[in-house]
Design a protein. Structure first.
Length: 150
């Protein structure tokens, strides 16, 4: 029976563990980033927004269409991630965008204009009980299309 030297065995174990760790980190990186980053400058009269801390998190929400014209189908489920550094990640089965530079729309709502991927504005609001209330969807010029809710 052939014996494997202890040093060779130890190196093989360390190499396998290192490859596993790299794959895990790579997967984590891929799941937290989008290929498209959108950062529309503020228009005159707009105020930079801050995401309310109570709505920071990851959500899978369902779209409820109110008016025609939006890019989402009634009943479509979409993943949203609101971050503490004022970004919104929106990912569907086929598209993903990270939107930076939100606008303040009220003390409990912040709006993220996406003129890169879906060409709409996403307005995330907190409920009166705390936590995410909904994400409204409208055109970049103000027409309301519908909302994402739990």
């Amino acid at each position: 029976m052939k014996r494997i030297p202890l040093l060779t065995l130890a190196l093989a174990v360390l190499l396998a563990a290192g490859i596993g760790a790299c794959k895990k980190n790579k997967k984590d990186d891929d799941s937290s980033s989008c290929g498209t980053v959108c950062n529309k400058p503020l228009d005159n009269g707009q105020t930079a927004g801050t995401t309310p801390s109570g709505i920071v998190g990851k959500y899978k929400l369902t779209y409820h269409k109110v008016n025609n014209g939006g890019p989402f189908a009634d009943g479509e489920q979409v993943n949203f991630e609101l971050t503490s550094d004022n970004k919104l990640k929106v990912s569907t089965a086929s598209d993903c965008v990270t939107i930076e530079n939100p606008r303040a729309t009220s003390p409990v709502e912040v709006s993220f204009p996406d003129n890169c991927k879906f060409n709409v504005s996403f307005a995330a609001s907190a409920s009166t009980q705390g936590g995410l209330n909904e994400v409204n969807v409208g055109s970049l010029t103000g027409q309301f299309y519908g909302q994402f809710r739990k």
